[in-house]
Design a protein around this ligand. Structure first.
Ligand code: ATR
Length: 269
């Protein structure tokens, strides 16, 4: 059957094999999807070896998203702007096609939760690779404004400058941060260490939504903070499933129904 995989280092905790197995079963696709720990210093070698062994496509996670960008022969426009990719496709012509589906995944999950981005004042926390990867689809969703706040203010300012053509986007530090925003998205890795950027109590609009790109069995500190201030909270599990569905579509040209898969994963957390 057709072979796919996810590359990472480490990769043991990845939920992607589970998600794609559920998609394949649901859509009746004869395929396998395995987790491969590529060596840190030779991602390109791992991808080419996988293709030589019959591999048709892959997801790419930390720390290889930029490496995967360099391995690609053909990049989608949003991938070029993101500077990193999470999906590789081995083309019939032998070339490697690459795309990034994280941003579409985020926007689709917000839509699935009934959150309106159109004309909203949106705040994104963080200015690292994870945020760069979602800005293009976020701006395409038509927010009134998108502000990026980051611990290192200069990184937010320069990231905003890179996306000037895509919409009204600004950047700065946490000290000057002032609400209200209808949608606040946490894209920092601070949640991993149970930390929280310094946020003012006035951050969220009355009916504001707080979204964390991370997820865990228990709410992240950011979502706990937002919840305590009356916001509606959503974690990144749905984004994970939606970005996977978009990758699956690029490989199989079939769109899985994500709702049931998200529910299954939620129960397994
Ligand atoms: P990723 O791929 O997850 O985006 P990254 O590129 O290293 O990883 O970016 C991590 C992001 O989380 C950055 O925006 C970082 O802020 P700095 O640019 O100032 O380093 C942010 N971050 C990490 N730990 C944080 C903390 N404890 N408080 C606030 N921001 C934090």
């Amino acid at each position: 059957s057709d072979r796919y995989c996810v590359f990472g280092h480490p990769i043991g905790h990845s939920r992607s094999p589970r998600i794609h197995a559920l998609f394949a079963e649901q859509c009746g696709q004869a395929m396998t999807y395995e987790a491969i720990e590529a060596p840190r210093e030779d991602f390109a070698g791992a991808w080419h070896a996988f293709v030589a062994a019959g591999g048709l496509g892959a997801n790419v996670t930390v720390p290889f998203k930029e490496e995967a960008y360099r391995v690609a022969d053909v990049l989608s426009q949003r991938a070029r702007r993101a500077g990193a990719v999470n999906t590789l496709v081995h083309g019939r012509d032998g070339r490697t096609y690459a795309d990034t589906t994280d941003g579409v995944g985020l926007v689709r999950d917000l839509e699935a939760h009934g959150v309106t981005l159109d004309d909203a004042r949106v705040l994104v926390l963080g200015a690292g690779g994870a945020v760069r990867g979602v800005l293009d689809p976020l701006l395409a969703a038509g927010p009134r404004s998108l502000h990026i706040a980051n611990r290192t203010a200069e990184k937010a300012v320069s990231l905003a400058a890179d996306f000037q053509q895509q919409g009204y986007v600004t950047g700065g530090g946490y000290d000057a941060l002032e609400g209200p925003f209808e949608v606040v998205i946490n894209g920092t890795s601070a949640s991993l260490g149970g930390e929280l950027p310094p946020l003012p109590d006035t951050l969220l609009a009355a009916d504001g939504v707080a979204y964390d790109m991370m997820y865990a069995a228990d709410p992240t500190v950011f979502l706990q903070w937002a919840s305590a201030r009356g916001a509606r909270t959503i974690d990144g599990l749905g984004m994970l499933v939606e970005q996977a569905a978009e990758s699956f579509f690029l490989w199989r040209h079939v769109r899985p129904d994500t709702g049931p898969v998200r529910d299954t994963l939620r129960h397994e957390l």
